[in-house]
Design a protein around this ligand. Sequence first.
Ligand SMILES: *Cc1c(COP(=O)(O)O)cnc(C)c1O
Length: 492
Amino acid sequence: MIKYVSTRGSQDIKTAAQAVIQGISEDKGLYVPTDIPALPFKPEEMQGKTYQDMAAKVISSFFTDYTEEEMQACINGAYDSKFEEKEIAPIVKGGEAYFLELYHGKTAAFKDMALSILPYLLTTAMKKEKEEKKICILTATSGDTGKAALEGFADVAGTEIIVFYPNQGVSQVQERQMVTQEGANTHVFAINGNFDDAQTGVKKIFNDSNFAAELAAMNCKLSSANSINIGRLVPQVAYYVYTYVKFLEKGVLKSGEKMNVVVPTGNFGNILAAYYAREMGIPIGKLICASNENKVLTDFINTGCYDIRRDFYLTNSPSMDILISSNLERLLYHLSGGNAAEIKDLMESLDREKVYQVSDKIKSGLVDFYGGYATVAETAAVIGEMYQKNGYLMDTHTAVAYKVYEDYVGETGDKTPTVIAATASAYKFADSVASAIGLGEEKDGFAYVKALHEKTGVRVPAGLKGLEQKEIRHTGVLDIDQLQTAVKDCLK
Ligand SMILES: *Cc1c(COP(=O)(O)O)cnc(C)c1O
């Protein structure tokens, strides 16, 4: 059975179900599998199988304490007609690259891929563990996780969901999606700060044992819907496995040949999932990590030094406006050979000094990664070029990835077939995308949605239609030091 341990080394050993409920370890570390399982099948055997078939097998091989029936029920509940494409994650060619479109779920961003299933994994875990407390999901969001978590958990029995997003740090469409959320158990707050402030605030609440005791007295327990929760991360591994199988099916690759993967990266969850797929045995060459102007990761991959003593930028790819990429901690743990003491030191150094330098051993493990970044102007330029040349519409995050892919190919000449994680619908960032393809000024984000649709004919995701007419239900704005009180008020 695969168990889950903390990256920071306390003797905290959990089953998958327990780790999903707990979210983050009490020692502040993240749960990682003791072993990354090998693929439970040969990729060529899976040709012709559905997304659901592959996801069930991949997730089950990490979550060995879930029975086959339990996992199948989770899969069936998650990956159904709420996805607007039957294939769940279609692969579409644009220029020389293949785009893995991960945004056809309810909230039009890739976060739906994992957050459609997380509520099922969590409620199943609660049954298995006979957990009778109400689970309160705390979520810091750079824009997309919040909405996807709200949709996933709205009116799920035994849960309450609270989302914190950076005031002025998300697009107008993203904000409206969240503040119009229905459901008796949903709570949404803007916070005066950026995503890192929100994430740090939420982590602080998780690590406050007095607060946990207070909540326990109210019969509540905290958990997380951020990618710090292993239940968010593991379902994401499935779509990289799926892509490889589709590449075999389409004849893009022959059995055993490698593909490269490009991921627009913020909290490092999505690209870590690709790394897990590779460790399972999927032939992946380079893992290309694309950042916007908040390029801590580009610098880290190139130098081994993680340094957040720098300016923070608000860009046109706001879901990646992040300096502290939480899931990198998991990669470092694996690359260090499971040296939790070393990881604890690094993370404490980041807390204290805002910088750390990894050992040569970890640094040598980074050779499989390539780091690059795109500026706001470069991002807009590639959206325009791609649309003009190929008629393919990219959102700003996907465009960051595409630009870094172009740079990578220019630098290395590497012709390996490449998949780019397309992480959001262009309509979520309609203002930036519309101006990138040469449309004029509109009065607000919703008018841009309309203009973009008229120009391109690309379908508007159902969840974004009529958004401007929906009732606004959440209006709270908090300072960073008010999060705890707000959580308590929501749970009263
Ligand atoms: C969350 C998000 C990302 C970054 O993904 P991570 O897993 O946090 O690295 C990229 N693009 C979009 C559209 C997102 O919502």
